[in-house]
Design a protein around this ligand. Structure first.
Ligand code: ASP
Length: 347
């Protein structure tokens, strides 16, 4: 390379010395919105009596240090126990989140706080009905906000960390509890009281969350479109879960068919086993046009999706998740073969 004349070097050095010092430009923090729906995370007092005080989401998101993760805004959609959240509210919540994601491109992600009891069902419904490119992370707490060792603040901070991480994109809706991020499809509540209650039987979490970072265990599928379009769905069809147990008779199944169930999910014994009386009642139900999905009450393991008896196996979806999928499936078709194809896409 030809060397510059020494007077040119001198001029360059003088110019550099006189240039104003560069002030580092602060990187704007990503924005997230936390939608409060209630649950133990948003409760204080009355824990053992079942009559807690509801804490507003605006107060819950004031977690020390969360501001260094993201610029956090909040809104209170509901403030109820998750036992009060069902299909009508799933539709409302999904539409609300979809609209926020459409109207607010600056949001890195959305966090939904929710009671833990039915969290897995709401999260799975959101997963099946939202585009999935920007993360929607459902979180909650096992201990109320005023209890020693309350887990809500850590779960909220970790949900914010996951929501702003680009590696969380394309994965749909997820559940974050107790330092682990799970696919909504995989996760289930396994214990009525412990903070480590959320598990994904026979599946890995999406990521584990430690002080020094988020460690991803699965590649992102890169989803960007909803699996179900609920634009024209005003109401979800009635689908009930029927428990299998030794000696179960046909009374519950016959009553549900009379009540207008369009689908039934059996929480069968073992690998989807049914008592003779339940089998007979399900044959009558199918003859009346009810679609029957057979899963297991064991808490984990598969029931093969494709069967030759006119029913559909749940694969490794637990009965409550199979119900969510069947409701959405029935909003599209009542052909059991089509429903089986839908269940296969979720295995
Ligand atoms: N009963 C509460 C609920 O699901 C339990 C919780 O949030 O952990 O709303």
């Amino acid at each position: 390379m030809r060397s510059l004349p020494s007077c040119t070097l001198l001029l360059l050095a003088l110019a550099a010395a006189q240039a104003p010092a560069q002030t580092p430009v602060a990187k704007p923090r990503p924005s997230i919105l936390v939608i409060g729906t209630g649950g133990t995370i948003g409760s204080a007092g009355g824990y053992w009596t079942g009559n807690p005080t509801r804490v507003p989401i605006e107060q819950l998101v004031r977690v020390p240090g969360i501001d260094s993760v993201a610029s956090v805004a909040s809104e209170q959609l509901w403030n109820v126990a998750s036992s009060a959240i069902g299909p009508t509210r799933w539709l409302e919540l999904s539409r609300h989140v979809a609209e926020l994601l459409r109207a607010r491109p600056e949001l890195a992600g959305i966090v939904v706080t929710h009671g833990t009891d039915t969290m897995e069902e709401t999260a799975y419904f959101l997963d099946l009905t939202l585009p999935g490119d920007r993360p929607v992370i459902v979180t909650g707490a096992m201990r109320p906000s005023d209890m020693a060792g309350a887990d809500g603040p850590a779960n909220l901070t970790n949900a914010a960390r996951a929501a702003v991480d680009p590696r969380t994109r394309g994965r749909g809706a997820m559940v974050l509890m107790d330092d682990r991020l799970f696919a909504a499809r995989d996760v289930t509540k396994t214990n009525s009281t412990r903070v480590e209650t959320f598990q994904a039987p026979e599946r890995a979490p999406i990521a584990i969350i430690d002080a020094d970072g988020l460690f991803y265990r699965q590649p992102s599928p890169g989803r960007s479109t909803p699996l179900f379009d609920i634009a024209g769905v005003r109401e979800l069809p009635r689908v009930d879960v029927v428990y299998g147990y030794a000696g179960a008779d046909s009374v519950v199944i016959d009553a549900l068919v009379s009540a207008g169930a369009k689908g039934l999910v059996m929480a069968g014994v073992g690998r989807g086993g049914l008592t003779p009386a339940q089998s007979a009642a399900l044959r009558r139900a199918r003859a009346a046009g009810v679609v029957v999905v057979v899963g297991t009450r064991t808490g984990s393991g598969r029931v093969p999706v494709i069967r030759d008896d006119g029913m559909v196996g749940a694969g490794d979806l637990n009965p409550q998740k199979a119900r969510v999928l069947l409701m959405l499936g029935l909003s599209r078709t009542s052909d059991p073969r089509e429903i089986a194809r839908i269940f296969q896409t979720q295995q």
